[in-house]
Design a protein around this ligand. Structure first.
Ligand code: PCP
Length: 400
């Protein structure tokens, strides 16, 4: 019987999704009777992908879920928090034997979600106030599509196209129409009209205008066919025909405006990345983005022991000791020892707040898990502040 190669929630919670060396380490610990190895482990990214000065945290809700019930204390930044390289983003404390085997799953969740949240946030920053829709589940295995959707939404996409993904974050899915519908009708005007007749009023009429003819020609055909009911047009011009997408978009916009269709929105999709968003955002109203968010550069997060018993330790290349990160309103971050209280930002004198806060004590949640919408708001507020900072420091300030 064919099957899906996916792990169940139970497999993950039981620590079966692990590297074999963690299983072997657990066996050695058992046989050596190293039962009381109490540790603190911190997750951090000691470098970020090229061109990144920050990343945005994802995966905290899922990590809380898989660690629930284990004798472990967890301190974490809020999901959606923008962080810099070398900052601890989450700390696990407890007996190594009780959670060490979860490292692969914890990092897998953190890295995958954070990489997507971060890329979506970069696209959001590039798009400014233009609409950013996530069309990316066709790039991901369906078993994890809702995670990909949720991360893209938290990062700042306005909506996701996926039915289940939207349902799981209490949002409405958003989309236009596929080329297959137009090809089935064999006539774009018949397809647009049929869509208009069949769909309830709340579904915006966004005509896909690139199937057979020149974009400008199809856009005017759609405007003439649907008139005032036409909400927008989408151009998904194949790469083989894209001499200059900016000029195509400009010409389409001009033609619509000239014909009295200033209100008709213009959306573009297909192979759109941050640079395309920057290049087109003054002309178009929105973007449908898939692959570049669903397959982002990987934010390399590691989990390291920083305290053994009550002694600071670490492997070389990492800073030993439990840490805290304080942030001021100017988005300066101060990394210091976890037990040092910092009241003021040493860089600007502003008041500061600790970012690592208790999430679980002995496997029990001690704070509310924000909704995807709330985490998204956290991202957007920080992006707003980032956009006003002239020179963003990519490293935190270290206060020993
Ligand atoms: C668009 C495009 C990609 C989707 C959106 C995301 O789909 O061709 O498949 O783009 P990206 O991953 O390149 O960013 P549609 O035009 O709806 O696809 P179809 O031709 O299947 O109708």
């Amino acid at each position: 019987m064919p099957k899906l190669y996916v792990a169940s929630e139970l497999d993950i919670k039981k620590g079966k999704v692990t590297d074999v060396y963690f299983e072997r380490a657990a066996e050695v610990i058992r046989k050596s009777k190293l039962y009381d190895a109490s540790v603190a482990m911190e997750a951090h990214a000691y470098s970020l992908p090229a061109g990144y000065e920050w990343a945005a945290l994802g995966g905290i809700e899922e990590i809380a879920h898989i660690l629930e019930g284990k004798p472990v204390d967890v301190y974490a930044m809020e999901e959606g928090t923008i962080f810099r390289m070398m900052e601890p983003i989450i700390r696990l404390e407890g007996n190594y034997a009780s959670f060490g085997q979860m490292e692969s799953a914890v990092l897998g969740i953190l890295r995958h979600s954070t990489s997507i949240v971060t890329k979506a946030a970069r696209c959001r920053l590039a798009a400014g106030d233009k609409t950013l829709l996530f069309f990316g589940i066709r790039c991901a295995h369906p078993a994890i599509a809702p995670m990909v959707d949720r991360s893209a939404f938290i990062g700042g996409c306005d909506a996701v196209s996926s039915v289940l993904g939207a349902e799981m974050i209490n949002e409405k899915p958003v989309g236009t129409m596929p080329h297959s519908l137009i090809v089935l009708f064999g006539d774009q005007v018949r397809a647009w009209r049929a869509f208009d007749e069949a769909m309830p009023a709340e579904v915006p009429r966004i005509a896909l205008c690139d199937t057979w003819y020149d974009e400008r020609v199809e856009v005017m055909m759609a405007a003439n066919a649907l008139g005032k009911r036409l909400y927008g047009v989408r151009l998904d011009t194949p790469s083989s025909r894209r001499g200059n997408m900016r000029k195509i978009a400009l010409e389409v916009r001009w033609a619509l405006d000239m014909a009295g269709y200033k209100n008709v929105k213009l959306f573009v999709s297909g192979g759109i990345d941050e640079s395309d968003i920057m290049n087109l955002k003054d002309i178009v109203d929105g973007f449908g983005v898939g692959t570049c968010i669903a397959f982002p550069p990987s934010v390399d997060i590691a989990l390291d022991i920083v305290e053994l018993g009550d002694k600071p330790v670490s492997k070389k290349g990492k800073l030993p000791g439990k840490k805290q990160v304080y942030r001021c309103n100017g988005l300066h971050d101060i990394v210091t020892s976890h037990d040092r209280i910092v009241d003021r930002c040493p860089l600007c004198g502003g008041s500061v707040e600790p970012l690592l806060k208790p999430l679980m004590i002995q496997g029990r949640l001690v704070r509310d898990i924000p909704s995807a919408k709330e985490s998204r708001k956290i991202v957007l507020e920080q992006l707003e502040r980032i956009s006003t900072i002239k020179e963003f420091r990519s490293e935190p300030y270290f206060l020993y």
